[in-house]
Design a protein around this ligand. Structure first.
Ligand code: AMP
Length: 191
């Protein structure tokens, strides 16, 4: 059985950082929808152009586009021992599509892990990250607040969605990176 993990968390919660550890430790394929969109933007593909118009405002990219892209990424990595979905699903429609898609491949989500942190702490982290990375959506507090709002409105309901499947685990996302890694590893070893 493949291990398929979903990493949840508001922007800046540390999903990418922790995914890097999980990927190495458990030999999983890391799929970050945000990274795939950014790669498309830098290559100026039509998908990139479309995604950019939403990302620049801190809005979610439409479900149909995002789901299709995610499925293509999974299909291209069939041999993987499992997947880390980072930043996907972010809406109920995406979560339902993911369940159906994995089922069609005789796979399922093993666990969803939410990294929890306060919005003020995250805003400070993102503004700091934006200075280094130059990411436009990390450099403007209005865009950051809008991303939190998108999360609270559209992504937060997924907690109940996965709790109903007994697959939801919350982790305190504040602290040393290595401490947070240990908290996640403890959950995975208990699966
Ligand atoms: P991230 O790198 O995960 O913070 O994502 C950056 C931006 O990419 C988000 O603010 C959205 O505009 C877009 N994005 C990433 N993943 C998704 C998704 N699953 N659904 C819709 N939009 C997404």
């Amino acid at each position: 059985m493949k291990t398929n993990l979903v990493l949840f968390g508001k922007p800046g919660a540390g999903k990418g950082t922790q995914a890097a550890f999980l990927k190495e430790t458990y030999q999983l394929k890391h799929i970050s929808t945000g990274d795939v969109f950014r790669a498309n933007i830098s290559q100026n593909t039509s998908l990139g152009q479309l995604a950019k118009s939403y990302m620049d405002k801190g809005d979610l990219v439409p479900d149909s586009v995002t789901i299709q892209m995610l499925e293509a990424e999974v299909n291209e990595n069939q041999a993987a021992a499992g997947f880390i979905f980072d930043g996907f699903p972010r809406t109920t429609a995406q979560a339902e599509a993911l369940d159906a898609f994995l089922k069609s491949k005789s796979m399922e989500i093993s666990a969803t892990i939410a990294l929890e942190a306060d919005e003020d702490v995250l805003t400070a982290r993102l503004l700091e990250r934006g200075k280094e990375s130059g990411r436009p959506d990390d450099q403007d507090e209005t865009k950051i607040r809008n991303r939190f709002q998108e999360y609270n409105l559209k992504t937060a309901p997924l907690e109940a969605f996965y709790k109903a499947q007994n697959k939801f685990y919350a982790v305190n996302g504040i602290g040393e990176i290595s401490e947070i890694t240990k908290r996640i590893a403890a959950i995975i070893s208990g699966l």
